[in-house]
Design a protein around this ligand. Structure first.
Ligand SMILES: CC(=O)SCCNC(=O)CCNC(=O)[C@H](O)C(C)(C)COP(=O)(O)OP(=O)(O)OC[C@H]1O[C@@H](n2cnc3c(N)ncnc32)[C@H](O)[C@@H]1OP(=O)(O)O
Length: 149
């Protein structure tokens, strides 16, 4: 069967297209009810261009094959500059190795550029370092984190 991929922003109907299950390939999602999804979707939509989630839909199957998100941080430094933070990039294991991950990162990076950000940053595992290098990024620092119970 021919695969046709289309990249676009997340739509409210994407919950039915496997969006949450796809995020489950990245980390724990918990059980998200339709009501919780709709509420969170509207909340994120209210941030407009400052919080964008992109998806790639495989149109033949109507399934979400890849996703990633970006948040625009507004700063005082660098003349009230802006920084893009990329998060939650994942490609369905059935569709990996087809340049979809790269397309997601490009989409998000282009958004940051169009928003006037001076840089875009993300945290990733050592295993994904080469992937992000192929997306034109380079290692700058180490990640620190503290998880709350
Ligand atoms: C900020 C964050 O969200 S970090 C979390 C990243 N996500 C995950 O770890 C979830 C599980 N992994 C995945 O979903 C996928 O494997 C991803 C997103 C890491 C990569 O997606 P894919 O669609 O398979 O990658 P894609 O096909 O676009 O690869 C682009 C290039 O990177 C290379 N590449 C991809 N993954 C890797 C890897 N793990 N190690 C080395 N090279 C890699 C590819 O070979 C390709 O090289 P080429 O352009 O020379 O042909």
């Amino acid at each position: 069967m021919t695969e046709t991929f289309k990249i676009r922003r997340l739509e409210i109907s994407d919950k039915r297209k496997g969006f949450i299950e796809l995020l489950g390939q990245l980390t724990v999602t918990g059980s998200v009810t339709d009501e919780e999804f709709d509420q969170r979707f509207e909340e994120i939509r209210s941030y407009g261009e400052d919080h964008v989630i992109c998806v790639i839909e495989e149109e033949t199957s109507g399934k979400i094959a890849a996703t990633g998100s970006v948040m625009i941080e507004k700063k005082f430094l660098r003349n009230c500059g802006k920084v893009g933070h990329i998060e939650d990039v994942v490609v369905d294991s059935r569709f990996r190795g087809k340049q979809l991950g790269k397309k997601v990162v490009e989409f998000l990076t282009d958004h940051c550029k169009s928003m006037g950000c001076y840089k875009v940053i993300l945290d990733c595992s050592v295993e994904n370092k080469v992937f992000y290098e192929k997306c034109g990024m380079s290692n700058k620092s180490i990640q620190m984190s503290k998880y709350f119970d």
